[in-house]
Design a protein around this ligand. Structure first.
Ligand code: MN
Length: 726
């Protein structure tokens, strides 16, 4: 049973001038807040924070970390708020406790190995101060030590998470002691039968071989002394989990268990390490392939040691690890071995050669921009370029910083991305351009009538989403060009009285296609639609010289083509430019003359850019570029024949599924949503919608239907219509 005084003693042993008052205050506060609560073991809850603080003191952390250990569960399990912590204990403590609480929110759902790796990175990336991770590790360690009191299902889930997430994090931070204990405790619960069996087998072996550990220890110590090498010798049974992993890895039966003893020699210098290794190899035969020099080649977590396995009396093999005192400290405590205490602040000192170790640790994934910034506050951002987010089911997706719900939607599936109209992040409705943050739980709302627009390209950060949007837009543009090209050719054919459909039926066009190197008729249409090939040049191929001489019949009265083309562009998106029959990608107002609505206009099929709309008086059209068969009749559309953008403000209850119902109600009425944004607060949300509405009747239909959706509180029309930027 750990008492508060034990913690004070431990801290005092490495930091005599520590702030005792802070710890007293934290202890009293925690005791008061957790009063009446008990753990599954039946003990008072306070036992847990006391143990966590004690473990942290074992890592020789600063008093802020110890206070956080005492307080680490008050935000999650009591009514205490972050503001209260801030008032009583200051910014640092409040932030750290908040950080620990946030990590606890994300339960790891067992997934394949790659998911575990992503999850580990996500946890580390969420943390802005390494101390949060250390407190979390101490918290997990004590919970694992008392895991037997939990029901089986919970026990297995926690053990699995520990094995796959927390033990590797401890390993990554070089904290060998904690890593081994976490692994052994997890192993005991995850593979209870194997653990029992192995434990029994080791005990039996030990009983048979008697005092083998002591005998080898004595022999080692004697030999070292004979050779004038200073060295402490320790002997032990290897950790259960490491024995078991090895048996499994090498497919060895427990009956064949030999390699379960490990010895460690701690020497004052590196030179002594190699000398000791030589002596051991003189005494016993080394097992080939088992000599490892991690002094010359440290592990990525900066573990250094010499390893060898030798065979002693009666064929008993055992492992020997040889390292210096400093290397041993790093192997056992990892990053925690590097704390220095200067002016009451935790952090490695720049003069410290070990500082390099700490810096390299942080650089394990990405370069940090300025190591000094890092050292000043011990703030870490291990993955500054990535953010880690969740699906509601718990899958983790990593994105570059700046990613939005659209990136998320395209990551799930191209169809989800293409139809994405909105998103809930952590249960709240957010605009599509919101930047995702670490730990966000993202739920995508789709609508069958939604489709990608050009603005989306600037709203996404992943190349995957950009590529998919471009692909969709290009395909869409091509479809429109095909339709436009077909209409242009059919118009021309009509004027020359050429029976175009008959030509198609008789395969009379094959020659034309081959000549232009086009595989299909649609490709020809597309090229005509893009203005690469003129419709007249195609049609004239099937015209007699006499007809050619006569020239084409005068153009049909305006309207036929326009009406046909309008079908291709069922929804106009621009509120300011209304060119009858054309819109969007294929129509634009020529910059040279910028025609005003109402003024006579002429369309011109450009090369690859669609139809340029010029003023009929524009000198450019008249002189330079004009080519009669690229001309196309256009006129200003009457406003009422087009779709209007109407903005609605819908007040809804902010709860599960409601946004989906709103969206499907609108799309069931064959109505396009141009924009959707939402603000939330007080359990309610205000959704701003920009809809494409044909007329008042249409609007009334939409308003009425929305009003009857369950959870919709009010529907209002807003009159400051936003113009889409074209
Ligand atoms: Mn806890």
């Amino acid at each position: 049973m750990i008492r508060f005084e034990d913690i004070l003693d431990r801290v005092e042993s490495y930091k005599p001038d520590f702030d005792e008052e802070l710890l007293q205050k934290a202890y009293i506060f925690s005791a008061r807040e957790h009063r009446g609560q008990t753990r599954s073991s039946g003990e008072p809850y306070l036992v847990h924070p006391l143990n966590v603080a004690y473990i942290l003191a074992g890592m020789r952390l600063d008093e802020t970390s110890i206070a956080v250990g005492l307080l680490h569960d008050v935000l999650e399990d009591t009514l205490t708020t972050k503001e209260t912590l801030q008032e009583l204990f200051g910014e640092a403590v409040a932030e750290l406790v908040d950080g620990v609480t946030k990590i606890s929110r994300y339960a790891y759902v067992s997934k394949e190995e790659q998911q575990a790796e992503t999850f580990r990175k996500m946890l580390l990336a969420m943390v802005s101060d390494l101390r949060v991770v250390l407190v979390k590790l101490a918290d997990r360690l004590h919970n694992m030590r008392t895991l037997q009191y939990l029901p089986e299902e919970k026990r297995l889930a926690v053990a699995k998470e520990t094995m796959e997430i927390y033990a590797p994090i401890a390993n990554r931070l070089g904290m060998g002691q904690i890593k081994h204990e976490l692994e052994d405790l997890s192993f005991r619960h995850l593979h209870a039968r194997d653990f029992e069996e192995l434990n029994k087998a080791v005990e039996e072996k030990m009983a048979v071989s008697g005092d083998v550990v002591d005998r080898i220890k004595v022999m080692l110590a004697q030999k070292l002394e004979e050779n004038d090498i200073e060295g402490d010798v320790h002997g032990r049974v290897k950790s259960m989990f490491s024995i078991w992993s090895k048996l499994r890895r090498q497919d060895i039966d427990i009956g064949q268990l030999y390699d379960y003893l490990a010895f460690r020699i701690i020497t004052p210098s590196v030179k002594d390490c190699y000398a000791a290794l030589g002596i051991i190899h003189q005494m016993w035969r080394p097992v080939p392939g088992r000599i490892k020099d991690y002094i010359a080649m440290p592990k990525p977590n900066f573990y250094q040691s010499l390893h060898t396995t030798v065979v002693a009396e009666k064929g008993q093999p055992f492992e020997v690890q040889i390292r210096t005192r400093e290397m041993d400290l790093i192997a056992e405590q990892g990053i925690a071995a590097h704390w220095k205490y200067k002016e009451g602040r935790v952090g490695a000192h720049p003069d410290d050669t070990n500082f390099l170790w700490l810096r390299q640790l942080v650089e394990w994934q990405h370069e940090i921009k300025d190591p000094r910034t890092f050292l000043n506050s011990l703030k870490i951002d291990l993955y500054p370029d990535e953010v880690y987010t969740f699906t509601p089911k718990g899958d983790v997706f990593a994105f570059p910083r700046g990613a939005t719900p659209l990136d998320f939607a395209f990551r799930i599936h191209t169809d989800v991305g293409s139809h994405c109209v909105g998103a809930r992040v952590n249960g709240k409705l957010v605009p599509l351009r919101t930047h995702l943050k670490n730990g966000d739980i993202v739920e995508i709302v789709t609508s069958p009538t939604q489709s990608p627009s050009r603005e989306w390209i600037n709203m996404v950060a992943t190349s995957r989403a950009k590529h998919k949007i471009r692909h969709w837009l290009n395909a869409e543009q091509k479809n429109r060009s095909i339709e436009l090209g077909r209409k242009l050719i059919e118009r021309e054919a009509k004027r020359y009285k050429v029976q175009w459909r008959k030509l198609i039926a008789e395969n009379a066009l094959d020659g034309v296609l081959t000549e232009h190197g086009l595989p299909r008729l649609d490709d020809l249409y597309a090229d005509v639609g893009y203005g690469k090939i003129s419709a007249r040049s195609i049609v004239e191929r099937f015209v007699t010289d006499e007809q050619k001489e006569k020239g084409p019949a005068p153009e049909q009265p305006a309207g036929v083509l326009q009406q046909a083309v309008r079908k291709i562009f069922p929804f106009s998106s621009s509120a300011t430019i209304k060119v009858k029959g054309y819109d969007d990608l294929l129509t634009y107002l020529a910059k040279c003359c910028n025609p005003l609505p109402g003024e006579p206009i002429i369309g011109y099929v450009t090369r690859g850019k669609g139809v340029a709309v010029h003023s009929a008086n524009c000198p450019n059209v008249k002189n330079l570029m004009f080519n009669p068969d690229r001309e196309i009749g256009v006129e200003w559309a009457e406003q009422r024949q087009t779709q209007f953008q109407v903005e609605l403000e819908v007040l809804i209850e902010d709860r599960q599924g409601i946004l989906g119902r709103v969206v499907s109600t609108i799309s069931n009425l064959k109505t396009n949503i141009r924009q959707m944004e939402a603000r939330t607060g007080d359990g309610k949300a205000t959704v701003e919608l920009v809809l494409e509405i044909a007329d008042l009747k249409h609007l009334e239909r939409v308003t009425r239907s929305l009003g009857s959706v369950e959870g919709v509180l009010r529907v209002d029309r807003k009159y400051n219509i936003r113009h889409a930027t074209a």
